[in-house]
Design a protein around this ligand. Structure first.
Ligand SMILES: [Zn+2]
Length: 460
């Protein structure tokens, strides 16, 4: 018997974790952190319904924290097995996980120092040391190279086009006559710069499909026109432009566009600061993994300059970050986190939000309960580090830079299937997006779908 339990990303976009039990083997696919609403974040602190020690292996689709951020806690709580992922994902995890451990420790320390915590003392979910320990479990596996895990299942990865190293995980159940489950992870976009298109998938017996933008169509690609407009208006008005971006993934595309607009003389040349040590580090990996990038990027193989602008500064120390925050000269700051839930971008936001000449531009999905969501929904104040901050700055969003397929692109990818899966589970989406996508797939393809609940268990 094979069962699948939805331990996260069920009717929400974070905390991806799917527990697969087959032929006596126990495997967790993705191991993400919950983010956003307090009720979700609190789940990170509740014990997992499965004993980490009892897991044989973990499979990770890509490095984003909502798919990997719980790994250090899993290891801290006793997980001993291998964590299978692509080489690109392993490289990015080596940057992201220790960084998030450090951040968790810093946050706990600050919360204790400034008393903005109800917990005494506030403790980190895991430490940098836990994260470093986690890295020793990583087991890189290239795309399209099936490998057996413990005799019960065979795993293979295919490029999902969502992030460097991102993959669909195909799991073949050896004692179920070779039936296959495909975990979409996050589905990338078609025809975008930097990353290749998602791989066409033709068959799966069971599909877990992400649905983040299941109710939306991204605005058509305008060749950077709106971005150029926002930059010109802000700079001409003497303001700063802050772009909160996921340190890994979005920063590369933002820098790619800034460079492209500069090269075409479509925006003024102003200082561009990437203020996220993790993002700077990741930019280097993008340059080094150029063979995994979009064919357009490949002529500049191995050159980090693919991802720099004319007056580019990779901000290093917290002191340098403070200098950029304190300066009011027009500039562009790209900083993490992308949903303004933590990281250095919070200090930038504290500095720029109260002034009308500044602009904050969101380029990725803003989950319910995040500051990013409050800002795009027009909040007049937001709370940062326990202080209320007035919002006078212009708030903009550009969805066309999203790393997630929109509803049309999801449908395009599904049309690659030569036969419908027996069952498709919609995961990694908020309820309105999932309801819209479910009706659309039922109407256009006639597939059998289900939207699982948190902790729901199904049989294969
Ligand atoms: Zn992702």
């Amino acid at each position: 018997m094979t069962t699948l339990t939805f331990l996260g990303a069920a009717q929400t976009v974070t905390g991806s974790k799917y527990f697969l039990e087959t032929g006596g083997r126990r495997v967790l696919v993705d191991c993400g952190l919950f983010q956003g609403l307090k009720e979700l974040r609190e789940r990170n602190w509740q014990p997992l319904p499965i004993e980490p020690k009892s897991l044989d292996a973990v499979v990770v689709t890509h490095a984003h924290i909502d798919h990997t951020g719980y790994l250090p806690r899993l290891v801290k709580d006793g997980f001993k097995g291998s964590i299978f992922c692509t080489p690109g994902t392993a490289d990015l995890c080596r940057i992201m996980l220790p960084d998030s451990g450090r951040l968790a420790e810093d946050d706990a320390r600050e919360a204790n120092r400034y008393g903005y915590t109800k917990h005494a003392p506030a403790l980190p979910l895991f430490t940098e040391a836990d994260a470093l320990q986690t890295l020793t479990h990583l087991q890189p596996v290239g795309y399209d190279r099936p490998i057996p895990i413990d005799g019960a299942i065979t795993l293979s990865f295919a490029d999902a086009g969502h992030l460097l190293g991102s993959a669909f995980a195909r799991i073949r159940l050896e004692n179920e006559a070779g039936r296959e489950i495909l975990f979409s992870g996050d589905l990338g976009r078609f025809g975008r710069p930097v990353l290749p298109d998602p791989t066409t998938v033709e068959t799966a017996d069971v599909l877990l499909l992400e649905s983040t933008y299941g109710d939306r169509t991204h605005e058509a690609d305008d060749d950077g026109e709106r971005l150029a407009g926002i930059i010109k208006t802000t700079v001409e008005g003497g303001g700063k432009l802050i772009i909160p971006a996921f340190a890994i993934g979005r920063v590369e595309e933002v820098i790619y566009w800034l460079k492209r607009l500069e090269d075409a003389h479509r925006i003024p040349i102003v200082p561009v600061y990437v203020d996220s040590p993790m993002a700077v580090h990741a930019l280097r990996h993008y340059a080094n993994h150029s063979r995994d990038l979009d064919p357009d990027m490949q002529t500049r193989r191995g050159q980090v300059s693919t991802f720099t602008t004319r007056r580019f500064t990779a901000v290093g120390s917290p002191q340098q970050s403070k200098e950029v925050q304190a300066s009011s000269a027009p500039c562009i700051v790209v900083s993490a986190s992308g949903m303004a839930t933590g990281g250095r971008v919070l200090d930038h936001l504290k500095a720029v939000l109260p002034k009308a000449r500044n602009t904050v531009l969101f380029v990725g999905y803003q989950a319910a309960g995040t500051r990013g969501r409050q800002l795009i929904e027009g909040a007049e104040t937001v709370k940062i580090h326990g202080q209320l901050v007035n919002v006078a700055a212009r708030i903009e969003r550009i969805d066309s830079m999203s790393a997630h397929a929109d509803a049309d692109e999801i449908m395009r990818w599904l049309r690659g299937f030569t036969r419908p899966p027996e069952k498709t589970y919609l995961v990694h989406g908020e309820p309105p997006a999932q309801a819209a996508l479910k009706s659309r797939i039922e109407a256009e393809l006639g597939w059998n779908l289900h939207v699982p609940d948190y902790l729901e268990q199904v049989q294969m």
